[in-house]
Design a protein around this ligand. Structure first.
Ligand SMILES: C[S@@+](CC[C@H](N)C(=O)[O-])C[C@H]1O[C@@H](n2cnc3c(N)ncnc32)[C@H](O)[C@@H]1O
Length: 335
């Protein structure tokens, strides 16, 4: 199977020349169209910060496992009815990742994520975990864990020919890998190298009136937090009945700490939130030590599924005795 190694792509001299040219073109364009110096311009800074994030470094880590476990539950629920639905991924990534690439091995994050599940006794796994793992296994037919599916790949594994996938990815190398991975998609798919936050507005409301919208920013920029809330508000105003999945990091940063509450208050009173911390918090100054997912308009099947599998997931991914998870929802709130 031909799966792009983003490490090879970014190290390639031709790409680096191309990126330098892209930067020059953007700087020239901005200096021609904006009265600010290119280095101080928001759009330029945003583009450069976006380039510094590559999901290949983190593929298959504990946060991916949690996010994709929930994603599969939502997709399976929408696919119960014959009626078609859309999947919109505003921050799609490369689509699938080689775990033996220099990117993935440099940090080895999958060792405390998907690798733990891969090694687990399959007969002991709860149904939601077994379903999720089945999709990872299908991408690794040789029986060795070499590749990890990204959110677009999970979507195409759960969807049908009558459905539609919309993918947005701004990084040139990850966009190229994604576009290639989806050329033979059995589910009709559109892949765009544009800003997913902005693109969402033009896609909503979806034509089949059934859709799952996945918003999974890299949070490289402080402004991502505010933009997420603005985008979500405008998306809900256009399509209040959609199912929305928003991933958020647990990191020592004020904006990240406040985000879950801000998401809850944006969610029109119908949300479910699940979070996982594989280890007890220490005196953190940096790094991702947990993550969470907020689902707006969650199907009634989601909470029982998570109650069935989260204790086992927390046990399998535990790094120390302080590993924990939580499941909360708008229904738990008094009044
Ligand atoms: C966390 S990763 C996505 C992972 C992917 N959703 C998955 O679960 O497999 C975030 C991605 O968003 C891309 N990105 C950052 N800002 C973006 C924007 N405004 N619009 C589209 N993509 C963006 C980054 O290049 C990165 O690949």
């Amino acid at each position: 199977m031909d799966i792009a190694d983003p490490g090879r792509m970014i190290d390639c001299r031709a790409l680096s020349v191309k990126l330098t040219n892209v930067h020059r073109t953007i700087a020239r364009h901005r200096s021609e169209t904006h009265p600010c110096r290119p280095r101080r311009c928001d759009g330029h800074a945003r583009y450069l910060a976006m380039l510094s994030y590559r999901h290949g470094f983190h593929a298959g880590n504990h946060a991916d496992v949690l996010k994709h476990l929930v994603l599969v539950q939502l997709l399976d629920y929408l696919a119960i009815k014959d009626k078609s639905f859309w999947y919109v991924d505003t921050h799609a990534g490369a689509g699938r990742y080689a775990l033996d690439s220099r990117f993935a091995t440099s940090r080895g994050e999958s060792a405390t994520g998907i690798a733990r599940l891969w090694e687990a006794d399959p007969l002991r796994l709860s149904k939601p975990l077994a379903r999720y793992l089945g999709i990872v296994r299908a991408l690794n037919p040789g029986g060795k864990l070499r590749h990890y599916p990204g959110s677009p790949w999970f979507a195409r594994s759960c969807m049908r020919p009558q459905d539609r996938i919309w993918l947005h990815e701004m990084h040139p190398a990850d966009y190229a890998a994604l576009e290639k991975a989806f050329r033979d998609s059995p589910v009709p798919a559109s892949v765009a190298d544009d800003d997913g936050f902005a693109a969402l507005k033009s896609l909503l409301p979806p034509q089949p009136r059934r859709a799952l919208i996945m918003i999974d920013p890299s949070y490289e920029l402080k402004s991502d937090y505010a933009q997420l809330i603005t985008t979500l508000r405008s998306a809900l105003a256009r399509f209040a009945t959609g199912v929305y999945l928003v991933w958020y990091p647990v990191i020592p940063r004020r904006e990240a700490h406040e985000l879950p509450r801000r998401l809850e208050s944006t969610a029109n009173g119908n949300w479910l939130r699940v979070s996982l911390q594989p280890r007890a918090p220490r005196n953190e100054t940096s790094g991702l030590y947990g993550s969470g997912v907020l689902v707006i308009n969650p199907p009634h099947t989601l909470r029982p599924a998570l109650e069935a599998c989260m204790p086992q997931l927390a046990e399998l991914l535990a790094i120390d005795a302080g590993a924990s998870f939580s499941i909360d929802s708008s229904r738990d709130l008094p009044g």
